[in-house]
Design a protein around this ligand. Structure first.
Ligand code: KG4
Ligand code: ZN
Length: 347
């Protein structure tokens, strides 16, 4: 009999349910919450309420897509941390009630570990050990992955995450939330060499993106004359908007290029320091077409074996929770019903 896992992801603003059968994903249903767009960011209370509305139909759709009923499920996985606490609680309590009522194991999953293991969904999957650059809305990490159960962070951001850098840059350009995918879209028709945004000088394998955000702010406020604060060069709001409008594609391409070069330079260094040449991308920002292309080109030049999850497994999804829960199931790593959800990212 195959091992069948139902998994639920509800850490932020996507309600998702997936089914993994013997390590293969047979359904991955994602309900996006459009309600947050009008507020320019995720509103936690509205996210929890939307999860409450979505969770039953989403789980039901996942079971139907896999032609299964609950009595055929061997274990239930869920995102335990990190995330918005109200959102985590909806998915966590739902998973616990299924585990309790069907008397099947409960498996708590760490969201960032799941982003990394999304790479195991694809065929061929990377061999262990591999390196993973995980770039999401809340995290930027370089992880050495020794096995599904053993991971070590060797580099991370000291301020903003890469996804935050995309979203905050987009906000400065007047684009709606979440701006990352829009920057990706406009960048495709832009010239990335047009504006040379400054690069942060951070030692080792850590990242920093807050300086880039500040230089973009000044650059726009000075209509492209300087990256640093010069009050005498500040232009009016109308001039600033005109500058953005007439240069939007090149601005997006140049900002995206700078974020990509910051990420890939550190990744290259991590490969040199660890000697591990199986290299993966993960997290929402790995859906970025410019990053995917630059990563594959670098891998070719450097002789790495590159792996990137399919688009639907990059941004938040329950398939990555299901594959992680499957490996925990094999290791009999089960969770007591008394386990609480946690907003914090304890690794
Ligand atoms: O992994 P994820 O879905 O959620 C978190 O765990 O945070 O990542 C969301 C982030 C957002 O910042 C979003 O703007 C960014 O991923 N993102 C992108 C693209 N698609 C999603 N950033 C750049 N280009 C994209 N195509
Ligand atoms: Zn995520």
């Amino acid at each position: 009999m195959p091992v069948r896992i139902l998994a639920i992801e509800s850490s932020c603003d996507e309600t998702s349910a997936a089914i993994c059968e013997d390590g293969k994903i047979s359904s991955n249903i994602i309900a996006n919450q459009k309600i947050h767009e009008q507020y320019g960011g995720v509103v936690p209370e509205l996210a929890s309420r939307a999860h409450m509305q979505n969770i039953v139909p989403v789980v039901d759709a996942a079971l139907k897509k896999s032609s299964l009923t609950l009595d055929k499920i061997d274990a239930v996985g869920y995102t335990q941390s990190p995330g918005l606490i109200g959102s985590l609680l909806v998915g966590g309590q739902f998973a616990k009630s299924i585990s309790f009522s069907r008397n099947i194991p409960l498996i708590a999953v760490h969201h960032m570990q799941a982003h990394v293991l999304a790479n195991l969904i694809e065929d061929p999957a990377p061999n262990f050990p591999f390196l993973c650059l995980t770039v999401s809305g809340g995290h930027t990490q370089i992880v050495v992955c020794e096995s599904p159960y053993s991971m070590k962070i060797i580099g991370e951001t000291i301020d903003d995450a890469a996804g935050e850098a995309f979203d905050k840059s987009a906000k400065l350009l007047g684009l709606p939330y979440p701006g990352g995918p829009l920057i990706d879209q406009y960048a495709a028709s832009g010239n990335h060499t047009r504006f040379n945004f400054p690069k942060p000088q951070i030692e080792g394998l850590n990242f920093s993106f807050s300086g880039l955000k500040t230089s973009i702010l000044y650059f726009l406020e000075h209509a492209g004359k300087t990256f640093s604060y010069k009050p005498e060069l500040k232009v009016s709001q109308i001039e600033k908007e005109h500058f953005i409008q007439t240069n939007l594609n090149d601005l997006c391409a140049s900002i995206q290029h700078r974020i990509i070069t910051i990420l890939l330079e550190k990744l290259k260094r991590a490969v040199e320091e660890t000697g591990i040449k199986s290299v993966c991308l993960a997290g929402g920002v790995s859906a970025n077409k410019g990053l995917r292309q630059a990563f594959n080109e670098l891998a070719l030049v450097e002789g790495w074996q590159p792996y990137i999850p399919a688009f639907e497994y990059c941004t938040d999804n329950a398939a990555m929770i299901a594959i992680t829960a499957y490996h925990k199931f094999l290791a009999k790593d089960f969770t007591p019903l008394s386990q609480t959800s946690s907003a914090k990212a304890n690794w």
